[in-house]
Design a binder for this molecule. Structure first.
Ligand code: V47
Length: 383
């Protein structure tokens, strides 16, 4: 039977030809929590526009038309990494001619080259370097705070923090306290990948287990840090693995409330050992944004990271559940090493245009989602 011949399910303005979506829609409209079976139905539904309608409904209930972006600069101090994750095209073994490690001065100068554009955030992540001592990272952050006291430092994934703790022979808590003392303000969401051990063993067997990622985030939140969370999809995982990942994050968020933003990251296979895998398609990316918005009912924000999605898909995602585009970035290495053809950075004006042409209202934010107001050459954060 063709879609047009089927009886439509309608509640308020919602309609679908997929009967399996009916109970899910009922829950979303009644603001009830979705369970595992609901999430699987959202992934399986052929009616992706109906899934998107529901996600947009939640997004507008939470944020109206407001769409956030920020003016940030990524800094990757080193690509030298003891891990050899199959998902990654960025990391290099020690001694590899393509490996690099910035000196402190170089890292501070890299930061300064973005500061001229009045960045409000430094996003710092890198490889798990075999030799750099914990003190190097503390000095890096201290130096940034001294030079740029008004810039928020969002630094080090849970994977890096667990690694630094091990190398420094400190507990995760002690490590986090020292990082805070040096000037780290919050943490990015990387390294979560997919928690399912079966998948993790193949795509990133050198990384901490999912449980340790979650435990490190739990500790950070207990100490008062905010952080983000990610999920890497579009490789060898299946729908139940994705649902498991989302539900684990939702459970931790119930406990701590420390997550700000969820960022689904599409796998880019080029230049990785998994380069035989196809890249994700547009509808897979859009559906992932929508399912994330619907399942993660306790996450304030869903980010369509334009560097990963492309600006065109990220813009569409703003009508499928996303309320954040990330930022100017300026210089991106992780995705570009894996074949991304997106620009290295976008200006404030370009980000605002993407948002406005999606029929949304751009709001520049700082890392903690305070609105930023700009005058000619400076900015004010409204608290
Ligand atoms: O953890 C690595 C992913 C992440 C590849 O918190 C890859 O605001 C696809 O976490 N294909 C790092 N993905 C990036 C990240 C991030 C990005 C933007 C904003 C925030 C935030 C966090 O990138 C890694 C890994 O999951 N990654 N290699 C690849 N070949």
């Amino acid at each position: 039977m063709g879609a047009s011949a089927r009886a439509d399910f309608r509640t308020a303005d919602f309609r679908t030809y997929d009967r399996r979506l009916e109970p899910v829609a009922g829950k979303v409209l009644a603001q009830e929590r979705l369970d595992e079976a609901d999430a699987l139905a959202l992934y399986a539904s052929p009616d992706v526009l109906a899934v998107g309608w529901l996600a947009n409904h939640v997004r507008e209930r939470l944020h109206g038309d407001v769409t956030y972006f920020n003016v940030n600069r990524h800094i990757n101090p080193t690509n030298v990494c003891v891990a050899a994750c199959k998902l990654c095209a960025f990391g290099r073994k020690k001694g590899d001619p393509a490996g690099y490690t910035m000196g402190l001065e170089e890292a501070w100068q890299t930061a300064a080259s973005g500061y001229s554009e009045a960045v409000t955030e430094f996003h710092i992540v890198g490889g798990l370097h075999p030799d750099l001592p914990f003190e190097f990272f503390l000095d890096l952050v201290r130096g940034l705070k001294k030079r740029f006291p008004r810039v928020h430092i969002k630094a080090f994934t849970m994977v890096e923090i667990a690694y630094l703790a091990r190398r420094a022979k400190l507990s995760v808590e002690q490590t986090l306290l020292k990082l805070r003392e040096a000037g780290v303000d919050s943490m990015p969401g990387g390294g979560a990948e997919i928690f399912a051990p079966r998948v993790r063993a193949i795509i990133c067997d050198h990384k901490i287990h999912g449980e340790e990622w979650l435990e490190t985030a739990r500790t950070a939140h207990r100490l008062g840090f905010k952080s983000n969370a990610t999920m890497l999809y579009g490789h060898i995982e299946n729908d139940p693995d994705r649902v498991d990942h989302l539900l684990k994050l939702r459970a931790l968020q119930d406990e701590t409330g420390g997550f700000q933003t969820f960022i689904p990251l599409a796998f880019h296979p080029q230049n990785t050992p998994l380069d035989h895998l196809p890249v994700t398609t547009g509808l897979t990316d859009i559906r992932q944004i929508a399912v994330s918005r619907l399942v993660l009912d306790n996450f304030p924000h869903i980010k369509a990271y334009w560097q990963m999605l492309t600006p065109k898909i990220a813009q569409i995602a703003l009508r499928f559940g996303a309320d954040d585009l990330d930022g100017t970035v300026i210089e991106e290495k992780i995705y570009h090493d894996a074949g991304a053809t997106t620009p290295q950075g976008l200006t404030r004006r370009e980000l605002c245009r993407l948002i406005t042409e999606a029929g949304r209202v751009p709001v520049e934010r700082d890392t903690l989602y305070h609105a930023v107001t700009r005058t000619e050459d400076s900015f004010v954060v409204a608290v």
